[in-house]
Ligand binder design. Sequence first.
Ligand code: AGP
Length: 376
Amino acid sequence: IMVEKQGFKHFMLKEIYEQSGVVRACLEAYFPASAEKPMTLGLPEEFYADLEQIQIVACGTSWHAALVGKYLLEQLAEIPTQVQYASEFRYAPSPMTANTLTIGVTQSGETADTLVALSMEKERRQGKEAKYQARLLGITNRPESTLGQMVGSIINTHGGIEIGVAATKTFIAQLMAFYGLALDLAHRRQTITAERLIEIIAGLRQLPTKIEAILETQERYIEQLVHDFAETKDFIFLGRGINFPIALEGALKLKEISYIHAEGYPAGEMKHGPIALLDVKVPVVAIAMPGSVYEKVISNAQEAKARDSRLIGVTSVNDGEAAEIFNDLIPVGEVEEILSPILTVIPLQLLAYHIAARRGLDVDQPRNLAKSVTVE
Ligand code: AGP
């Protein structure tokens, strides 16, 4: 299939702009308004029987999506969930547990470490008693991939083909798959009420227009903002709770395409070491969304500011306090905390993109990286 840039300077920027459409496609696939059931994931019934635990293996950006997934599966569906790097799982697999769903998350469906981790899991459970039987689920953008052939069941992420090496729209699609799965499980296990389910789904349906609003109102601003980072060598991204993995993802995007050193950190951990890195040369991007950790992130951000770091806030709060704390404010629309990663990641993608584009780097094909890592 020929994919073209359609007037965008890079595929990555085009793919960032495609994200509202991707969320719409995922909504249609997982939460069709017409269906009798609120969710249609098409997983086999035996996957749900006596389910006690979930383990997820993935690499890179897909691993970040898995961390958001863990938050959703634990907080909404109350299922203990482990997330492991596939490359680590291969040499130190967690003990085999009963009634466990194993999920491999891979955009390409071809990442060697993820495939091997899943096949190891399949193999070690073969011939064991019923409760130890492997239940393997793939979350992928390529159902026809090696992963698709290997596992019995797939959630297709409907991202469309992604050309940029830095994953953007496929990440958003993976998050959507986890909303579908976590809500499906929460509904079946009755860990959330029917009203709450309807409320969350209604919130999900509003996300595409909110993504569009961020792109419309913030891209220019971010493009201007990056002029100030021409000499910057280090960046710190802070988040907590469901937005901690988004801080990791923001840092990874920046590293991959701009070659700037960046770290994502849970904001509350800064004082246990990394705060020593901060000074006037190290900007800090803080994701501060209203909800269970807003005040905490704000106070962690203030600690960073006290070390002279320039503070960039990604938040939906646009009041005097926020304007005073943050040197630069990138507003995202109002959204309940549990849905916020779908919005907060967008400015971070744009920030990485514009820093790299301004430095004249090969955004779509960064040095040393390949779209799918098919070797160990
Ligand atoms: C994402 O921007 C990276 N290029 C990389 O971390 C990627 O997410 C990782 O290699 C996993 O790829 P996969 O989803 O195809 O398995």
